[in-house]
Design a protein around this ligand. Structure first.
Ligand code: URA
Length: 214
């Protein structure tokens, strides 16, 4: 892990050569897109941190806001609105005026990876940002990991071994720091189309988090 990183990666972060090259490729074909390390979105007083995988090329990498314009964002933002973690209207654009309430969304890997698949080395390079992100939220109580890679990143950011908490949809884990980790399958197009993750399953996880925070 790269130590001493800030909570947010610079737009032109240089830690991962493959991701820098991919960003440059996208910037050459779509100069009007964001094409940078996507910053976290939400409030500094959040009690809930949602950790996604990485920006989608035509979603967060284009718009500059996590999950915004991504297929996965439709279910995520609708669920946040339903459970009181967001207010306003989600319109797939960073200027839609949507605000998060008591919540923040970040990604385990801040730059878009080819085929949505970061390498283990890229996830490790980015870990210092997640560690700093968690440390910079003084009221944080709960983390929601969307998928196994996010789950593993949270454990590593907390200095815990992977073997100490097995990922499973609906599982919860007490982290050494007093935080509670909630696991969900990622709300990706693939997972929802195959019904590995249904809206009902996703909402059950949010209901658990709401109950815990109340
Ligand atoms: N968009 C993001 O920002 N993160 C994901 O994990 C998926 C889509």
């Amino acid at each position: 892990m790269t130590k001493g990183l800030p909570a947010e990666a610079p737009h032109d972060c240089q830690l991962c050569p493959r991701l820098v090259a991919y960003r440059r490729e996208n910037a050459a074909t779509h100069p009007d897109w964001f094409n940078g390390a996507v910053p976290s979105f939400g409030t500094d007083t959040a009690r809930l941190l949602i950790v996604g995988l990485a920006p989608g090329v035509q979603g967060a990498n284009r718009t500059g806001r996590p999950f915004t314009g991504d297929y996965a964002g439709d279910l995520l933002y609708a669920s946040l609105l339903e459970f009181g973690f967001a207010k306003g209207t989600y319109a797939s654009r960073p200027d839609d005026g949507l605000e998060l309430v008591d919540a923040m969304i970040t990604n385990a890997v801040r730059c878009v990876p080819p085929q949505n698949k970061p390498t283990p080395a890229e996830a490790r390079n980015c870990l210092g940002f997640l560690t700093a992100r968690i440390a910079a939220l003084p009221r944080l109580k709960a983390i929601l990991a969307l998928g196994r890679i996010a789950h593993d990143a949270v454990l590593s950011a907390e200095g815990m071994k992977r073997s100490s908490a097995t990922f499973g949809h609906g599982a919860t884990h007490e982290l050494g720091s007093g935080l509670r980790l909630f696991d969900s399958y990622h709300c990706s197009r693939y997972n929802t189309n195959t019904r590995r993750l249904t809206e009902e399953m996703f909402h059950t996880v949010f209901a658990d988090i709401r109950k815990y925070l109340n």
